[in-house]
Each structure stands twice: as structure tokens, then as C-alpha cells.
Design a protein around this ligand. Structure first.
Ligand code: GLC
Length: 645
């Protein structure tokens, strides 16, 4: 929008800067976005009389960051402006991994890049790798320096080199920006501890428990077992600091515009290293207000919109992933909604689907899955999901309880059942997970465990039960087949492509023993990887099936995401069915959630315009499909990606 006041301010700022050298692309983007930035910034900091000074600093930081943006990345920005939907493509498939657990360090990682080609992976999320304390680091999510790589892993030069290599190969790089908090060893925290007022204002410090106690009345706890409460006493200052996650992760005070500008600067710095996707960690928590849960507040969205508008000026080719593991109707809000288009994150973790997949594995039916997915509000065009089955975190049962009620369950009993099932507390369950952050009072818990262990492989191997191993294998494949077809980027967790089971060695490591999420963060077993070429091995079966899925997905334009998903009620509660379409390309994906055979009624196919009489085939196997009078038969945990022959 054109606004004379903001125009005038921008001219003043640029005149003062005095350099006429800012190039055309930058000036076009700045002019297009400045009014938005100006107006959001005013809304975020309405009562500050120094707001214009801060805006001046902000614009200068944008210009500085742009001047430092390498020529190759500026070209990439222009290319992506011509193809802004690159991340909606069916040709993307990702993997997340911890560099040290995958290949010791970044040099080791470089040598292992061919592994991704073998599987078909072209987007790689390198888990937190910035400098952090040796012990108290929450798997790297407690950053002590946003400009340096953890020296045990390598250097920023390595990152730039890796980004370049990946780009040359048509691959993409994702890195984290832990935006909500820093480590208490970060320079700002250290200066705060040393008594510098300016840096104490970077965090939420309180002289006594009065305000913290008020906050506690409405703030939930993230790690109630190991890090209870949301504040930590700092003896050096005789003050309390807000620390929503661990006591060593101090929440940044974004109501201070300096914090906003410094974190924006860190974001642009990372973008300038060649990062394609920035994973914005713990996004729901960035704004705090007394009397609220301090999650998902309107200001947190405004802040994100401002960050996005700024990043679009400097590095429009770098996109944002929302790590907002919150209720389904809250997650979609992190895409933003600017009259139907995104103005916050381009991608978001599909935590709702992930949780419901595990719920369906436990119940063997689609009842809650269907009701929830059919009620999730639509997302804006031009955005997409990151679909995953497992990640480095626990599984939280983040669906809405009233959907469970609508599905015919007693909501709290159902939660209890899923927790007990996935943690193997029910003796007939096949899953080997463990409760994470159990609340002994109300029995609530999240769940840890690797995909293979939760899917039954660990128990089946322990019992040397071949049929159970076969079923576990089928569950692993089924879950991957769903995230490949659902719409969005499938993101594998390293090791799941081999069926790695829980790794209990963390219990012997005193830095990790208190956090059982380490059980599902195993080290890569490169000896086992050799088996992916050995026919008949479990690793071969899983790896090759996933690799084939990625290949077929790539050849299926209807699997790109253009909000082109239609969930189908097939009348059979054991089948999860949806249709994907794109122009003349159409597929019906059918997944049997049951460990018995099931039938898809012929009418369902015909109603969705998949004409049985004209011949149908399964895209995945290439086999022709035939129906008998029951319909189309699916073996236990079988799936089809059906298309007209
Ligand atoms: C995110 C990370 C999680 C971490 C938390 C705090 O949720 O995924 O691993 O503990 O943020 O940084």
C-alpha cells in the first residue's frame, strides 16, 4: 500500500544512510514492503516514542544484510520469484538428521551426500548445529551464538560449502533458528548476569516472585517433570528470569524492539549462508502477556508477519517453516492469512496428521482421523505442510478432545488408551514407546519412541515372531505411504528408512539420561546401511519401498500441493481414503489401518469417478486392480494409490 507518512520516513532513513548504491531489486522489494513493516512495527510497539528510531535501525540492517547477500543467492531469489511455488512440488522429499549422529561432523556429512540420492531425498534438515553449551543444550536448541557453528561439528564455512554443493545438485538445505529463547551462556545472557540493564531487558527479569507467580496461574508447563515452572532464579542478580523450556533456555523479550531487530539480523545472517528453509523453533511462544497461556497470542503472529515482510525484502528465496506444535486450529494460523494468501510461514509441521496417524495405528480405525481432518480449517494457497511420522521430539496428543467425543470416545479414556497402547503398558500392544513428561496427577503424558519401535518391530524382534515382524514392516510402509501422498513435503526422520529401533544407550549418558527423547535419536548404523542392497533383509525391504514411493510420487503431478486434497468417507472405518487431483491427473489413495483384510466398496470408487469398468491400476506397484462383489480387497495394512488404467 502507498502511504505518504511511511514513504516520507523511508526517504529520510535512506537519505541519512547516504549510499545510493542499493540495487533495484532491493529497492523494489523495500518499497513494496515498507508500509507493511512500518504499520506492523507500530502495532507491535505502540507506546514507544523511539519507534521511528528503531525503524531506522531496522531498515539499515535490512540494507546491510542485502549488501552482504552473495550474488549467487540474489540470483536464486530472482529465480524463485519466477517460480514461487517451488516448495509445493511433488518432486520434494526430505530427511531430518543430527549431523553428529549421522556422520560425526559436517565434513563427514559432505561425504555422505550420495546416500540421499539413493533414497531420493532432496531436502535436508540439519538439526541444530549452532554453538551451544556442551551439557545444557536441549539437543542444540539452547543457542549461545547464532553466528558460529558448534566447533565439534565444523564451521560456517562448512555450511556455506554444503549449501553450495546441495544447490548444485538441485537439493535444498533447512536449518533451525531457535527464535524464542537463547542459552543462558549467550553473550546477551552473560551481559545480563554481569548486571548490564540493557541486556537484562533482552529477557524477562523480575525482582521477586510477584509477577512470575501471576504468570504461573495461566501458563502451562512444557517440561513439568524435568524443568517445572516457567521461571528460574538467577542468584548472581537475586532475580527471576522467564525460562519456559529448560532453566538454561531464557525466553527472549520481544516486546523490546531491540530484541526483534537483533533476532531479525540473526535470521538474515543464516539466510545469507545459503539456507533455503528456516525452521522457526517454538514459534507459538514468542509473545508473553499476563493472564494468558503465553502461547499463540495475536502479537506472536504480528511479530512473525513483520519478520516475514523483512525477510522478503532481503532474501525472498528463503522460506519459513513454522514449528508450532499446537492445537489444529491454531497451527493453520501460522501460515497467516492475508486475504487468502500466506503472510507468515510458507510451511508448517502437520502435527495434527502425525498424531492422528499414531492414534489410528493404535485404534486401527479412521474415526478420529476423519473427524479431525475434516474439521481443520483450510490453509491459504501457496503454503504447504511438512508431513512426518516421527521426528526428534515426543508425540503429543494435540488433537481436540471434542473431536474424540464426536468420534464416539470418552475423551479422557481415549487419551489414556493411546498413551498406554503406544508405551506398551497394555500387554497386547505391539508398541514399545515410553511416556514423556508424565503428569502423575492426571496421568497425562506425551510419548517417546522410534517409528519402528512404535510400529511393533522392537517387540516382534524380541519375541522372534516373524508374523509380527511382517506386520510391523507393513505399518512402517503404510505410514510412509500416507505422508508421501497426503499433500505437502514428506519429511523422514533419519534411521526410519532402515527401521532403526529405540536406542537405550542414552540412559548411560548423564547428559541425556533425564530426557528420553534421546531413545528415538539413534546413531546412523552404516554397517546396517550395507543391507539396503541385500535382497530379503528388512533394511532392503523398507529402504527400497520408501525409495520407490518417492520415485512414484515424483511422477505424480496430483501429489503436488495446491489444496487439492479431498478426504473421502468410504463407509469403512478401517480405511483412510482421499483423492488427490491436478488437472487431468487423479489418484485415490486408500490405506488399510487394520491388521485384517478390508474391502473398499465399488460404489466409492465410481462415486469419485474412478470407473472400475474402465480399468484401474495401482500407481505404486503398477499392477492392474480388480474388484469382486465385496469391492477392492486390501490385505492387512495394505495401501493403493489408485489411478485409472
Ligand atoms: C522445539 C524443539 C524441541 C525443543 C524445544 C525448545 O519444540 O523441537 O526439541 O526442546 O523447541 O527449544
Amino acid at each position: 500500500m502507498y502511504n505518504p507518512t511511511s514513504k516520507r520516513l523511508l526517504s529520510d532513513i535512506l537519505n541519512k544512510r547516504g549510499k545510493a548504491s542499493l540495487d533495484r531489486d532491493f529497492m523494489i522489494r523495500l518499497s513494496a514492503n515498507f508500509h507493511t513493516i512500518f504499520s506492523y512495527f507500530h502495532q507491535l510497539y505502540p507506546l514507544r516514542d523511539d519507534v521511528w528510531d528503531h525503524l531506522g535501525t531496522l531498515v539499515n540492517r535490512l540494507a546491510d544484510a542485502y549488501e552482504k547477500r552473495p550474488v549467487a543467492l540474489r540470483k536464486m531469489d530472482r529465480d524463485r520469484e519466477l517460480a514461487p511455488d517451488w516448495f509445493l512440488s511433488e518432486k520434494l522429499a526430505g530427511m531430518m538428521l543430527y549431523v553428529d549422529r549421522f556422520a560425526n561432523d559436517l565434513q563427514g556429512f559432505q561425504k555422505k551426500i550420495p546416500y540421499f540420492d539413493k533414497l531420493g531425498i532432496n531436502l535436508i534438515h540439519l538439526m541444530p548445529l549452532l554453538k551451544c553449551p556442551k551439557e545444557n543444550n536441549d539437543g542444540g536448541y539452547a543457542v549461545s551464538n547464532y553466528r558460529e557453528v558448534n566447533p565439534e561439528l565444523g564451521s560456517m564455512d562448512d555450511i556455506r560449502k554444503i549449501a553450495k554443493i546441495l544447490h548444485q545438485q538441485g537439493k535444498y538445505l533447512m536449518l533451525d533458528l531457535a527464535i524464542n529463547h537463547t542459552s543462558n551462556e549467550h553473550e546477551w545472557a552473560q551481559k545480563a548476569i554481569a548486571g548490564e540493564r540493557e541486556y537484562q531487558d533482552f529477557y524477562y527479569f523480575y525482582d521477586n516472585r510477584h509477577t512470575p507467580d501471576q504468570f504461573e496461574q495461566s501458563m502451562p508447563q512444557v517440561f513439568p517433570e524435568t524443568a517445572p515452572g516457567n521461571f528460574t532464579y538467577v542468584p548472581e542478580l537475586n532475580k527471576w528470569v522467564m525460562s519456559v523450556f529448560h532453566d538454561y533456555q531464557w525466553d527472549l523479550n520481544f516486546s523490546n524492539p531491540k530484541v526483534f531487530i537483533e533476532m531479525l539480523d540473526n535470521l538474515l545472517f543464516l539466510a545469507n549462508q545459503g539456507v533455503d528453509i528456516l525452521r522457526l523453533d517454538a514459534l507459538a511462544f514468542t509473545w508473553k502477556k499476563l493472564g494468558t497461556s503465553c502461547q499463540n497470542l495475536d502479537e506472536a503472529h504480528l511479530l512473525l508477519q513483520t519478520l516475514k515482510a523483512c525477510a522478503q525484502v532481503v532474501a525472498p528465496g528463503t522460506i519459513f517453516l513454522a514449528e508450532a506444535i499446537v492445537a489444529p486450529h491454531e497451527i493453520v494460523k501460522y501460515f497467516g492469512d492475508n486475504q487468502g494468501f500466506s503472510n507468515e510461514c510458507d510451511l508448517a509441521y502437520n502435527a495434527t496428521l502425525m498424531t492422528l496417524l499414531w492414534e489410528s495405528i493404535a485404534t486401527k480405525n479412521n474415526r478420529l482421523l476423519h473427524i479431525s481432518l475434516s474439521n481443520v480449517p483450510g490453509k491459504p494457497l501457496g503454503t504447504t505442510w511438512l508431513n512426518y511420522v516421527r521426528c526428534h521430539d515426543d508425540i503429543g496428543l494435540g488433537y481436540e478432545d471434542y473431536h474424540a467425543t464426536l468420534a464416539g470416545y470418552d475423551a479422557s479414556g481415549h487419551r489414556r488408551f493411546i498413551i498406554d497402547f503406544l508405551t506398551g503398558a497394555i500387554d497386547w500392544s505391539f508398541a514399545s514407546g515410553r511416556p514423556f513428561m508424565e503428569d502423575k496427577k492426571n496421568g497425562d503424558a506425551r510419548i517417546s519412541g522410534s517409528l519402528a519401535s512404535l510400529a511393533g518391530l522392537e517387540k516382534a524382534l524380541r519375541n522372534q515372531d516373524e508374523y509380527a515382524q511382517e506386520l510391523a514392516f507393513k505399518r512402517i510402509i503404510l505410514l510412509h505411504a500416507i505422508i508421501m501422498a497426503f499433500g505437502g513435503i514428506p519429511l523422514l526422520y533419519m534411521g526410519d528408512e532402515l527401521g532403526l529401533i529405540n536406542d537405550y544407550s542414552y540412559e548411560q549418558d548423564k547428559k541425556k539420561a533425564h530426557d528420553n527423547r534421546w531413545m528415538h535419536r539413534p546413531k546412523m548404523d552404516w554397517d546396517l546401511v550395507k543391507n539396503v542392497d541385500v535382497k530379503g533383509t528388512l533394511e532392503y525391504n523398507i529402504f527400497q519401498s520408501i525409495s520407490k514411493m518417492i520415485t512414484v510420487r515424483r511422477q505424480s503431478p496430483e501429489f503436488r500441493d495446491a489444496n487439492n486434497l479431498h478426504i473421502v468417507d468410504s463407509g469403512n472405518q478401517h480405511l483412510f481414503v482421499f483423492v488427490r487431483y491436478w488437472g487431468k491427473h487423479r489418484s485415490m489413495a486408500v490405506f488399510n489401518l487394520n491388521d485384517h483384510r478390508e474391502f473398499l466398496h465399488v460404489d466409492v470408487l465410481n462415486q469419485q469417478n474412478f470407473i472400475v469398468q474402465s480399468g484401474l491400476k495401482d500407481k505404486y506397484t503398477g499392477a492392474a486392480l480388480s474388484c469382486d462383489w465385496h469391492g477392492l480387497e486390501l490385505a492387512p495394512y495394505q495401501f493403493y494409490w489408485i489411478t485409472q488404467a
